[in-house]
Design a protein around this ligand. Structure first.
Ligand code: NAP
Length: 292
């Protein structure tokens, strides 16, 4: 079995590593903040002191860090993956980042004889823990096929979508679907509550019909209970929506609904709610409706 490397043990990375170890992979981990590696070490992971060392030790190197500049730094920076990589090795980036940056990194890795897949995920921290992530993969198909057992240890719906950067493009489509649906849930719950209908009853009555969605079933009850703790933070959602707006601008596609949600989330950020969960979008609607 191939040796795996894993860089970025944040909210998503930690449970993903645990699932790789459970599936029997040998994993070398690296995280900038060392104490986040404890759980993986206790479960049998080896550690490296830099992304370069991970690339030296592993055949397949997985990264899941915050944003485009972070993936760029981990791969091309001082003591980065590029310094430790050699021909035939594979980098799988599972962060959500810019398709254009992904394509640039794929070219830089290719110059060293290495391969890259972009494989962003959907399903949140709960999907990461349960090993049921949706994974959308771009890159060469034969490299994707070689990595399938690795993906199967972390996800359930694993889809090859096309060449380099296309996994990221599909993830941006995913974020349009998620955020515009979230806004619809916010509006429906606000109307129900102000009209005197228990929001939980509205959710129960509508979930089984044509209006059913992950957002309604998972975020709706949290909105109804005023539970704004983050599963997925508004700040990170805004990073993704900016990437989606930029991709749409590049393709000359108007995305008015996406633009609106982005502005409403900005209202949340201005009100100091950027580190709350995306269900806190309802507060933007409530402010417009003058509801306390
Ligand atoms: P997170 O908890 O904030 O973790 C981010 C990780 O990236 C941390 O391990 C952090 O290291 C590392 N990192 C960031 N910048 C770095 C840099 N310049 N150099 C080295 N390491 C760096 O975030 P997350 O929720 O796991 O999200 C990670 C990625 O998955 C993001 O692209 C996000 O959009 C995507 N995603 C998240 C979710 C979700 O529900 N959370 C769902 C789908 C996709 P430190 O520990 O040292 O800070």
């Amino acid at each position: 079995m191939k040796n795996l490397g894993f860089i970025g043990l944040g909210i998503m990375g930690r449970p993903m590593v645990m699932n790789l170890l459970k599936a029997g992979f040998s994993v070398t981990v690296y995280n900038r903040t060392a104490d986040k590696m404890k759980e993986a070490i206790n479960a049998g992971a080896r550690t490296a002191n830099s992304p370069q060392q991970v690339a030296e030790q592993a055949d397949i190197i997985i990264t899941i860090v915050t944003d485009s500049p972070d993936v760029n730094q981990v791969i091309t920076g001082k003591k980065g993956v590029l310094n430790g990589i050699s021909g035939g090795k594979i980098v799988i980036d599972m962060s959500t980042i810019s398709p254009a940056v992904t394509q640039k990194l794929a070219r830089e890795l290719s110059a060293k004889g290495a391969h890259m897949l972009d494989a962003p995920v959907s399903g949140g921290d709960s999907g990461a823990k349960a090993g049921t992530l949706a994974i959308m993969v771009g890159g060469e198909e034969k490299v994707f096929k070689a990595c399938l057992p690795v993906f199967e240890a972390m996800g359930k719906t694993i889809t090859y979508v096309g060449g380099h950067g296309m996994g990221q493009t599909v993830k941006l489509c995913n974020q349009i679907l998620v955020s515009v649906t979230n806004l619809a849930v916010c509006e429906a719950i606000t109307l129900a509550r102000k009209s005197g209908v228990d929001p939980h009853v509205m959710i129960q009555a509508t979930s089984g019909g044509a209006a059913g969605s992950w957002q309604l079933e998972n975020l709706g009850p949290k909105m109804a209970d005023r539970d704004f703790a983050p599963g997925f933070m508004i700040e990170l959602q805004q990073k993704d929506l900016k990437l989606a707006l930029e991709a749409a601008r590049t393709q000359n596609i108007p995305v008015p609904a996406l633009g609106l949600v982005h502005q409403l989330f900005m209202g949340c950020q201005a009100a100091g709610e950027g580190r709350e969960g995306t269900q806190a979008l309802i507060k933007s609607i409530e402010r417009l409706a003058a509801i306390q």
